[in-house]
Design a protein around this ligand. Structure first.
Ligand code: PGA
Length: 255
């Protein structure tokens, strides 16, 4: 399957820093990018436009937004719409990142609403799912992933055909305990969670569920990226800390 390597820059980098790193990624890409791999960078909202500019002319490089509010426009102080993000060059959005769920209290329902809204307004969408350490230790991996995916599939309107999601909808499995902790999930844990995610996608979508990329995220670094991406059902990586430096991210892209 086509693989996707994504960078989540979180709340790091002003425009100058973002433009510099984006230009370095763009310049280094031809030497490292394997066939059939695409790269998406999620900068902070203020830097989307300059990253999109730095990526211009590079088909494999696209830009996304980390957050948005699911309404066309309106009295939503402090929020940004998908059309506004598209206007500055975003082609993708993230929904359900664990920091949105756990720091900002976004519920499964809110995350689902955001993902459905973005998809129905022409944005490619990366939906993040994943269990906390406590949930994993209690043996609740399946239940949590099922609950998070059910929220999406039960709010997806019938008019949004499963087949129409191919190429536009991606799942990122990110165990909460592996995000920013340096504690990467082991190959067995990743294989298990990706197997569960794949089985759930097939349960909800039938054959189409086999075609959606499932990315892994959580403490991905240049020295573990190659082994992770080689695992069954791992169709790409979502990288936080190690994507902030172009050289480190380029190594992951080429892993
Ligand atoms: P990390 O973050 O790579 O720094 O663990 C991953 C993420 O938050 O998507």
């Amino acid at each position: 399957m086509h693989k996707i390597i994504a960078a989540n820059w979180k709340m790091y980098k002003n425009r100058m820093e973002a433009a510099t790193t984006a230009a370095e990624i763009s310049a280094g890409l031809p030497g490292v990018l394997p066939e059939g791999r695409e790269v998406v960078v999620f900068p902070p909202a203020t830097a989307i436009e300059c990253v999109a500019q730095a990526f211009r002319g590079q088909k494999a490089l696209t830009v996304g937004a980390q957050n948005f509010y699911p309404a066309p426009e309106g009295a939503f102080t402090g929020e940004v719409s998908v059309d506004m993000l598209r206007d500055v060059g975003a082609e993708w959005v993230l929904a359900g990142h664990s920091e949105r769920r756990h720091i900002f209290g976004e519920s499964d329902e809110m995350v689902a609403r955001k993902a459905v809204f973005a998809l129905s307004h022409g944005m490619k969408t990366m939906l993040c799912i994943g269990e906390t350490l406590e949930e994993r230790e209690q043996g609740h991996l399946y239940v949590v992933l099922e609950r998070q995916l059910t929220a999406f599939f039960s709010s997806k309107p019938d008019a949004m055909a499963d087949e129409a999601l191919t190429g536009r909808f991606v799942i990122a499995y990110e165990p909460v305990w592996a995000i920013g902790t340096g504690r990467v999930a082991g190959p067995g844990e990743v294989r298990e969670a990706h197997g569960v995610t794949r089985a759930l996608l097939e349960k909800f979508m039938g054959e189409t569920g086999k075609k959606l990329p499932v990315l892994y995220g959580g403490s991905v670094k240049p020295d573990n990226a190659g082994a992770l991406i080689a695992l069954d059902n791992v169709d790409g990586l979502l990288v936080g800390g190690a994507s902030l430096e172009a050289q480190s991210f380029l190594q992951i892209i080429g892993a």
